[in-house]
Design a protein around this ligand. Structure first.
Ligand SMILES: *Cc1c(COP(=O)(O)O)cnc(C)c1O
Length: 401
């Protein structure tokens, strides 16, 4: 019996089946490569859904983490610690905002943004208490908490978790007319992904984000951009909103902010928004801990150089050029995305997204399927052009293209 089969059987027997992982058991990883328990190597073309933008075992991030591990890792926010101010100052500066509210996971940051918007609505905008509405997009993915799945349109994510949190209005993604019609005097925020990741890397029509920005400004509504997956270099910019020169009122960040080392998330905004919180009104035991701040500070320093955004742009152009050559050849029906991030719709004649992912795994490439017929490609931004090309070769081979 192989080590792999044993490990999978044991995991199946002793864990809740909330995932259906590919049958690979990773033991170590470095850069864009992972090695399984039997010594086989795989090119990681998923990068932890962008949590690993800087690759596995990134030296700078490991050094920052090791150094901080030896000093202090957790104080709780009951006391100050000496990495907190720098983290908040640097992250606010990266976002061009005044203040940061640190949390841990992406879902917690989205929850925090929802609370921020409601509180701002009642205390600043003057919405009658209990009547705040937040407009969201169909096919969104913002996380897994009970409130967040309350405004999901994905049955798998939502069914049998009710009663649901009220106060959300769902409109089609990319439709400005529908959005404008949904905004009322009680609307406190529009919450959107600038590119919808889980939905299949859906890029909205040109001008949509700018239209959302203008509409929300005119109607005194907060524009909250969930950049948890799209942000921090993935699309070739620090934030995906930059592709339309749009600055939202609230950035929601996570995933790559923790460098693939620790969970770090944050809500970033000006003080006319985040200033609504007073001591005791929100918090997190682990949010803003010294280890998280030390790793995130290194992430921010790396993003400040612009080199990762540049890589994502250059390699992304190459990736999309190559993928687009496959469209219309019988194997691929559509390719979407920006930067080093692509959703590839597979023609059903070539198999499901899952089947393609399994065949790619056998050739040493790890990707993730979504919505039946789509595969998502999002390698670490540190991937070499040679490795990216090798991964594309395997994809062409699996597709018979
Ligand atoms: C992953 C993700 C989340 C949730 O983050 P978790 O850390 O898994 O809670 C929220 N929004 C978007 C856009 C994401 O991609």
């Amino acid at each position: 019996m192989s080590t792999t089969a044993d490990a999978i059987r044991s995991a199946d027997a002793h864990s809740a089946h909330t995932y259906h992982p590919l049958p690979v058991v990773v033991a170590t990883a470095e850069g864009a490569w992972m090695t399984d328990v039997e010594g086989r190597r795989y090119l990681d073309m998923l990068a932890g859904y962008s949590a690993l933008n800087f690759g596995h075992g990134n030296r700078r991030l490991l050094d920052a983490a090791h150094a901080q591990l030896e000093r202090v890792t957790l104080t709780s926010r009951a006391f100050h610690h000496d990495r907190f101010a720098d983290f908040c100052t640097e992250l606010a500066a990266l976002c061009g905002k005044e203040a940061v509210l640190p949390m841990n996971t992406g879902a917690e940051a989205v929850e925090t943004a929802v609370k921020t918007a409601r509180k701002w609505g009642y205390e600043v905008k003057g919405v009658p208490d209990g009547h705040a509405k937040i407009v969201v997009a169909a096919d969104n993915f913002h996380g897994r908490t009970t409130t967040i799945v309350s405004f999901s349109t994905d049955h798998e994510a939502r069914d049998h978790y009710g009663p649901y949190t009220p106060g959300f209005e769902i409109v089609p993604y990319g439709d400005l007319t529908a959005l404008a019609a949904a905004v009322t005097s009680n609307t406190v925020a529009v919450l959107l992904e600038p590119i919808q990741g889980e939905a299949g890397v859906l890029v909205p029509p040109a001008g949509y984000l700018r239209g959302v920005r203008e509409l929300t400004r005119e109607r005194n509504v907060l524009f909250m951009a969930d950049e948890i997956q799209s942000g921090l270099g993935r699309t070739g910019k620090t934030f995906a909103c930059e592709h339309e020169d749009v600055v939202p009122d609230v950035y929601i960040l996570g995933k790559a902010l923790g460098g693939g080392v620790v969970p770090v998330s944050a809500v970033v905004a000006d003080l006319d928004v985040l200033g609504v919180f007073r001591p005791g009104e929100h918090g997190s035991t682990f949010g803003g801990n010294p280890l998280a701040c030390a790793v995130a500070l290194e992430v921010i320093a790396m993003l400040r150089t612009g080199e990762y955004q540049q890589r994502a742009t250059e390699l992304g152009d190459h990736l999309h050029r190559e993928l687009n050559l496959l469209v219309g050849g019988g194997a691929v029906t559509a390719v979407r995305g920006r930067g080093l991030w692509a959703g590839v719709d597979i023609d059903p004649s070539r198999g499901t997204g899952r089947e393609i992912s399994e065949k790619l795994m056998e050739l040493g490439v790890l990707v993730k399927d979504t919505h039946g017929s789509t595969i998502r490609i999002a390698p670490p931004l540190v991937i070499s052009k040679e490795d990216l090309d090798w991964g594309l070769d395997q994809l062409r081979s699996v597709l018979g293209a």
